[in-house]
Design a binder for this molecule. Sequence first.
Ligand SMILES: [Zn+2]
Length: 65
Amino acid sequence: MERDQTDKICQLCKKKLEKKKTDFEYLGHRFFTDLLRCPDCGQVYIPEELVNTRMKDVETLLEDK
Ligand SMILES: [Zn+2]
């Protein structure tokens, strides 16, 4: 079996996402990190793990006024 369970497929293009250093914006903050990205349409897959760790920091910062 060659199937790698960690592979993510773009829902639009049905292509395998590639890990790439990606610059993206979330909640008005810029991040530059390794993300899975579709080579065709550029759709970025943001893993839950990243949302739960980094994004929480951001949300905390935003709430702390
Ligand atoms: Zn795509």
